[in-house]
Design a protein around this ligand. Structure first.
Ligand SMILES: Cc1ncc(COP(=O)(O)O)c(C=O)c1O
Length: 399
């Protein structure tokens, strides 16, 4: 199936786009949904008593319903629109942190995660006087499930963990971690930035307390994102940001809060972003999340085999493909990842080079940076072949 034809950029541009973990390309249906909104329905939401505003509000709330069904949440009240994973995690870190943490309490984190799931927690820990502790990591850069139980001491009040590590592509055992945590009534925040685009997620089955993700990594627009939270937590949490729409009554001495989800959506939201995100979810559902997963996995397996065939390449992380998704981080002895990416760019191949906002993962691997190729369902074998041809050039230059 040639999915590239759905994507105006990919249909016109011969680039082998292999930086999907950073952001995905946009299908025409998403671009059209956004321009159609601006061309035919645009007004601010929730506040106008005129038809255009009512239509815009309807479209915005329909988008929330699309997100709710996409991740299997029970209620629309549990879907908070944000500007992305980073904003979602900052929201939950501050608001849940204030609710649950006191001096000496512990937040348990995963060192192989993106900085977005580390720094917000470090900031809140510093502000409150709480402490950060870390899951143990195996030599293959996996969370060591054997020691998870002993990490959950009585001081642990919050666990935050990524579902798929963006630097390695390793799928973390979040179901097992959630089960362990819930034996002690500890809420688990899941950074699903790399998993919602690839796996059919059902938050009720998974039983996570919070789930954060970005629209732009699943064919939606930049500046759109979601924080899912169980209603029982969101009800108890104080808003993190104040402003219009999140309040019920304001007096000179204080304010009371709007009902969920408005309580956590201060100010004019990214209306077009939410509508574009819903269009992306409809598009992915139209293909089927299982088909998306299988198409991505097929090209991913091809990528991994082709990389492993090159004796000058070391692919980092576990070799167990059942524990990996869509991402290959690799190194070539004697060649800096920035040089590798530059040569690949000269060969029309777009990959990422650097620490991937995961410096603690780099530390586990004892490197400062890697080259990362990441695939999505619209990539084809030709993209991988171009990458391999580019890497042969790299090898010629650096060997
Ligand atoms: C696992 C993970 N978490 C968080 C983020 C941050 O997402 P955003 O920049 O969209 O907020 C990313 C982005 O690469 C990611 O891969």
């Amino acid at each position: 199936m040639n999915y590239k034809q759905d994507f105006p950029l990919l249909a016109k541009n011969p680039v082998a786009y292999l930086d999907n973990a950073a952001s995905t390309q946009k299908p025409k249906v998403v671009i059209d949904a956004i321009s159609n909104f601006y061309e035919t329905k645009y007004a601010n939401v929730h506040r106008g008593l005129y038809q255009l505003s009512e239509q815009a509000t309807q479209a915005y709330e329909d988008a929330r319903e699309e997100v709710r069904t996409f991740i299997g949440a029970e209620k629309q009240e549990e879907i908070i629109f944000t500007s992305g994973t980073t904003a979602s995690i900052n929201l939950v870190a501050n608001s849940l942190g204030d609710l649950l943490l006191k001096v000496g309490d512990v937040i348990l984190l995963n060192p192989t995660d993106h900085h977005s799931n580390i720094i917000p927690w470090q900031l809140v820990a510093k502000r409150i006087g709480a402490e950060i502790q870390w899951f143990d990591i195996t030599a293959d850069a996996e969370i060591d499930l054997e020691t998870v139980g002993e990490k959950i001491t009585p001081e642990v009040k919050i666990i935050a963990v990524g579902h798929i590590a963006n630097g390695s592509g390793i799928i973390n055992p979040i179901a097992e971690i959630i089960e362990h945590a819930h034996k002690h009534d500890i809420p688990v925040v899941v950074d699903a930035a790399q998993s919602v685009p690839h796996l059919a997620i059902d938050v009720q089955k998974l039983d996570c307390d919070f789930l954060a993700f970005s629209g732009h990594k699943l064919c939606g627009p930049t500046g759109s994102g979601v924080l899912y939270g169980k209603e029982k937590w969101l009800e108890r949490m104080e808003p993190w940001q104040g402003g219009g729409e999140m309040m019920s009554e304001v007096s000179r001495t204080g304010a009371t809060w709007a009902e969920l989800p408005a309580k956590f959506e201060a100010g004019t939201p990214n209306i077009a972003g939410a509508i574009g995100l819903a269009a992306a979810m409809k598009y992915l559902n139209g293909i089927g999340m299982d088909v998306i997963h299988d198409a991505t996995n097929e090209i991913y397996k091809y990528l991994m085999i082709e990389l492993q065939n090159l004796d000058y390449i070391t692919v980092l992380g576990t070799s167990d493909m059942s524990k990996r998704n869509s991402i290959a981080s690799f190194k070539i002895a004697g060649a800096h990842p920035h040089d590798i990416a530059q040569i690949l760019d000269d060969n029309q191949v777009a990959v990422r080079a650097g620490h991937h906002c995961a410096q603690l993962l780099m530390e586990c691997w004892n490197v400062v940076a890697t080259t990362r190729a990441s695939v999505y369902f619209y990539n084809d074998k030709n993209d991988v072949d171009l990458l391999i041809a580019g890497l042969q050039e790299v090898n010629k230059i650096f060997k």
